[in-house]
Design a protein around this ligand. Structure first.
Ligand code: R5P
Length: 294
């Protein structure tokens, strides 16, 4: 088995390779002067299982494009199976045509991957209107969750805490995590007016006054969802407010905005690498990939 990456998730890819005792061989990816992609493998792939570890951030479009070229090239060079490990799978939020004429990006992304890779392994993909990854993937698609890792992190680092999920979709993280560590949780009702404008309401009241509130969500993108949830927690007398996201995209200066909003700790997993990535998902991926080594 050979582990590679198109440029994102390199630290994670190396870590996985080391634990699996496999070779890590990075790809060379450059652009020709006109912008066309240049891609080269630097090791022999004949009859190998090739694992491409690549989250869809930064640059979702380029990431997808690189994956398709890398997968097709691996097959062309004789790889016997191409597995995509995308700890953060992009495009999943556009899962319906919200306005007429729109592209349902998740379906297009899945179609491209179905054509080019043999198997997908991902972590906490944004499944909202789909029931499972099977709704869009025809290839085997494994959906892992970082919930237990997040729960263990909260248990180790927080006291007197309650969990808030900022919107209905977040119940699958917020409530499962709260249950595992036996603390109270509430999921807010969110209304989204645009990519940068959301409003939230508390529907199920739990004691928040003087509690250390941990907001848990799958994706932190512009940060507006978390900021609105933090405002509510503050209004109800929270002692401190922290946030844990599975996927920290932090676009448009989100990190700075979250800090300005008085959020004390900003923590994510290393599904997307960065300063906030304190929860390591490597063990989840290694366990899953070991099945491929048998
Ligand atoms: C949406 O349903 C997701 O679970 C997140 O709440 C959302 O993607 C966060 O986006 P933003 O940080 O831009 O508010």
């Amino acid at each position: 088995m050979i582990i590679t990456s198109c440029g994102n998730s390199v630290v994670l890819a190396k870590k996985i390779a080391k634990q699996l005792k496999c070779k890590f061989s990075p790809l060379t990816i450059k652009s020709f002067p006109d912008g066309d992609i240049y891609l080269k493998y630097n090791t022999n792939l004949k009859k190998q299982k090739v694992v491409i570890v690549q989250s869809f951030q930064p640059h979702a479009d380029m990431s997808l494009f690189d994956i398709i070229f890398a997968a097709e090239t691996a097959k062309d060079l004789g790889a016997k199976k191409v597995i995509l490990v995308a700890p953060y799978l992009g495009y999943m939020r556009q899962d319906k045509r919200f306005h007429s004429g729109e592209c349902i990006s998740s379906r297009v992304m899945a179609k491209l991957l179905n054509n080019s890779v043999d198997k997908l392994i991902t972590i906490d993909p944004h499944i909202h209107r789909y029931k499972s990854l099977k709704d869009i993937f025809t290839i085997p698609a494994v959906n892992l969750t970082a919930n237990n890792l997040i729960a263990d992190y909260i248990e180790k680092h927080f006291k007197n805490e309650v969990i808030i999920g900022p919107d209905w979709e977040s119940y699958q993280w917020a409530e499962a995590i709260a249950k595992r560590i036996n603390v109270e949780a509430t999921v807010l009702k969110k209304e989204r007016f645009s990519s940068r404008h959301v409003e939230v309401k508390i529907v199920k009241k739990i004691p928040i006054s003087m509690k250390n509130v941990v907001i848990v969500d799958d994706i932190i993108s512009t940060g507006h969802t978390v900021i609105e949830a933090a405002k509510k927690a503050k209004q109800f007398g929270a002692r401190s407010i922290s946030v844990i996201g599975v996927h920290g995209l932090f676009v448009e200066n989100a990190l700075m905005k979250l800090r300005k909003a008085g959020i004390k700790n900003i923590i994510t997993t290393n599904c997307i690498e960065g300063k906030t990535a304190k929860i390591d998902v490597g063990s989840l991926l290694v366990r899953e990939l070991k099945k491929e080594k048998r």
